[in-house]
Ligand binder design. Structure first.
Ligand code: FEO
Length: 395
């Protein structure tokens, strides 16, 4: 690829991954993902983060085209997750005099993943590293996404190299900067990246946003997705909304159903919500739609209504798996409704009630449980559940 400059001496060194199906072997990435690294050429040559190890050859080719025989003096490690530190060992072997720059938590993790780093520079908040014409300042943003995560602020051009923060799923298909792409494409993929990967750490993200607000920022260069130079508020405002659980009026209705009876219950609820004027309603079959997408919508909408058929006296397995992920993420501020279906002794609704106790969302109505096919009296109960939920959403 042609050289891409963020400024005269600062280069984009990213790669596109269109082969991996599941990021972290968990989250679907049908549109791929980019791993973004950056190079600053000054009196001291500095790399900011690296790339996933499968791309090391392409990565070194890009570095060589810019540097020729020059050595790299520093590698700044904003984040140790291997999608960014994957080339660390190879870089240390290639540039034996290199100094690794990180905070005190960085090198503990580096030691666990790789061999003990030799030349290290441990930085704290506000530490300034002078490269010549460029000066780098560091700020830790713990748990966005790991405990060691930090950002690097380049003072001359006012660029924040932000690690995972403000990143996105989706490859960079020609356009690298936010003003070179159609942001509609990244609307869903940047949110899904946030909710799936960083969503557990919303309070930490809020703290990070407040910390970064003190910097004069002209560009945000994350480790995934577009570089933000023209629409900074596009991504900053979204991160603020998502991480503060600022939810829209709407409902996610999820069901696990073997023979369609629990599905009919979900359809009844959804229809009544629509009758009551709720326009944002997403109904999902938990056995078909990956939790990545359902969790993303849970971060959008205030109401979550979940139904489960009983299965071996337990919840339906696909619902159980989804709820385990939700409990793990623990998003806040939701209204909850539950329903289910059984053939003899139950297990669906009973365990949904356990979920309700653990997640501590606001259960707006009594659970509704049917045996087998949906009868008129139970349909009326479901309509009442939907009415109670609509009342709360429209308050
Ligand atoms: Fe993109 Fe937390 O690694």
């Amino acid at each position: 690829m042609q050289q891409v400059n963020l400024s005269q001496d600062i280069y984009y060194l990213g790669v596109n991954d269109r082969r991996t199906h599941l990021f972290e072997n968990l989250w679907p990435i049908p549109y791929g993902i980019s791993y973004n690294s950056y190079l600053i050429v000054d009196e001291k040559v500095t790399l900011i983060d690296t790339v996933e190890r499968a791309f090391i050859d392409d990565y070194f080719d890009s570095i060589d085209r810019i540097l020729g025989d020059r050595q790299v003096d520093y590698l700044v490690i904003n984040h140790m997750e291997p999608d960014h530190s994957g080339a660390l060992n190879a870089i240390v072997r290639r540039y034996p005099g290199i100094t690794l720059v990180g905070n005190k938590k960085t090198f503990g993790i580096a030691e666990n993943y790789y061999h003990s780093p030799v030349n290290t520079l441990v930085v704290k908040d506000d530490f300034v590293l002078d490269l010549g014409r460029h000066k780098l300042q560091f700020q830790t943003i713990p748990m966005v996404h790991w405990p060691e995560t930090m950002v690097t602020y380049e003072e001359t051009n006012k660029i924040v190299f932000s690690g995972d923060a403000f990143g996105s799923f989706g490859t960079l298909d020609g356009g690298i900067f936010d003003d070179e792409v159609n942001l509609n494409f990244y609307e869903e993929e940047s949110m899904r990246y946030f909710t799936n990967i960083v969503g557990k750490y919303c309070p930490h993200t809020q703290r990070a946003l407040k910390k970064l607000a003190s910097l004069d920022i002209k560009m945000i260069a994350a480790t995934h997705g577009p570089i933000w130079r023209s629409n900074l508020n596009w991504i900053l405002s979204r991160y603020n909304k998502w991480s503060s659980y600022d939810l829209d009026c709407g409902a996610v209705v999820v069901y696990g159903s073997m023979y369609g009876n629990t599905r009919k219950m979900a359809e009844t609820i959804a229809r009544q919500l629509a009758v009551r004027g709720i326009k944002n309603i997403r109904v999902y079959d938990a056995s078909k739609t990956h939790p990545s997408y359902i969790i993303n919508d849970i971060f959008k909408y205030k109401a979550f209504i979940v139904g489960s058929a009983a299965y071996n006296n337990e919840m339906f397995p696909s619902v159980e798996a989804l709820l385990a992920k939700i409990e793990h993420m623990a998003p806040k501020n939701h209204l909850l409704g539950i329903f289910g279906n059984c053939s003899w002794s139950g297990g669906g609704v009973k365990n949904l009630k356990n979920f309700a106790e653990k997640i501590k969302w606001d259960l707006v109505a009594a659970p509704v449980e049917e045996k087998g096919n949906l009868k008129v009296t139970t349909q009326d109960e479901l309509i009442r559940l939907a009415d109670d939920m609509a009342d709360r959403l429209l308050e």
